[in-house]
Ligand binder design. Structure first.
Ligand code: NAP
Length: 281
């Protein structure tokens, strides 16, 4: 498995398996399949309500806990120092582990400063091996990263060939922060799986559109966490280490960038912010 070194020296697999929208009842089976086909990084979140399934699959897999890189996220309703601190312990219990490899703040709204402080303390206590953020656009990211001693190891953002986050990547570099792509398959938007450019490039290497697009992100040093409930697709999404896109291929795929969210909407859109404010209330 290809690994990258985070800004605190911790090693992290560059390809992982995400479990958003995987029903709690199905999650254990999916994670067990993902581990079987070779994934060693799992991305979950408090808000996915499936941390228990992830924990059970890891426990039953027989794989040494140290060989698995576990990512979770603190939800906005658990922000503020005290609630975030308690929620980290709750995640540890649900995941049946005594440490999480990477904990993220899921969204940039509410008392995320208090929550980040709680993550820093849990990091110092050894409960978290690294900390980071998710959905922090450059403005909030620079603000937060500038004000904490422990810099975010990653910023997990909607990132795929149609929303490449090239601009944000420049600012992340200032803090040694990796871009981690959620929705790396664009959740199938824009006819992703049959897209003519991706299919055409993939043909040269006997790879699918999905594999071509994931390989593009990998070559840009992005961490990826494709999700599938099907074992053969999990396998396909992992099988991207035996070919290399040329500079010309990379340029063609770069042209697909629409430079905006296709899935969730911008976290800088006032209507999106209002939705979160109502949620927090
Ligand atoms: N931080 C955040 O706010 C945030 C938000 C969203 C997601 N995430 C994380 O990112 C992970 C991935 O993102 P995502 O789940 O939103 O979307 P995604 O990985 O871009 O796409 C998943 C979709 O693609 C299908 N698929 C997967 N591999 C395929 C293949 N090789 N060929 C054809 N179809 C394929 C899946 O269907 P099947 O399952 O039916 O195979 C599913 O419908 C999540 O699971 C989660 O861990 C984080």
């Amino acid at each position: 498995m290809k690994e990258i070194k985070l800004n605190n020296g911790v090693m992290m697999p560059q390809i992982g398996y995400g479990v958003f929208q995987v029903e709690p009842a199905e999650c254990e089976r999916c994670v067990a399949d993902a581990l079987k086909v070779g994934y060693r990084m799992i991305d979950t979140a408090q808000a996915y309500f499936n941390e228990e399934g992830v924990g059970a699959a890891i426990r039953k897999s027989g794989i040494n806990r140290k060989e698995i890189f576990l990512v979770s996220k603190i939800w906005v309703s658990n922000y503020g120092y005290d609630k975030a601190k308690a929620s980290i312990d709750e995640s540890l219990r649900k995941l049946s582990t005594d440490y999480i490899d990477l904990m993220l703040l899921h969204q940039p709204f509410g008392d995320y400063y208090g929550a980040y402080r709680a993550m820093e303390d849990a990091y110092k206590e050894g409960k978290l091996r690294s900390v980071g953020v998710s959905n922090f656009y450059a403005d909030r990211f620079i603000d937060l990263a500038s004000n904490f001693e422990i810099k975010p190891a990653v910023n997990q953002m909607e990132t795929h060939v149609f929303c490449q986050q090239q601009e944000l990547s420049k600012y992340l570099k200032d803090f040694g922060t990796y871009l981690m792509a959620w929705g790396p398959l664009a959740e199938g938007r824009n006819n992703f799986f049959t897209h003519p450019v991706l299919t055409d490039i993939g043909k040269k290497y006997n790879k699918s559109a999905a594999q071509t697009a994931l390989r593009y992100l990998l070559q840009r040093d992005v961490i990826i966490i494709p999700k599938s409930t099907h074992a053969e697709r999990m396998q396909q999404n992992l099988d991207i280490l035996d070919f290399e896109l040329t500079g010309e291929d990379m340029d063609r795929i770069q042209q697909l960038d629409e430079k905006h969210s296709l899935i969730m909407g911008s976290h800088q859109d006032p209507e999106v912010v209002k939705w979160f404010m109502d949620f927090i209330k």
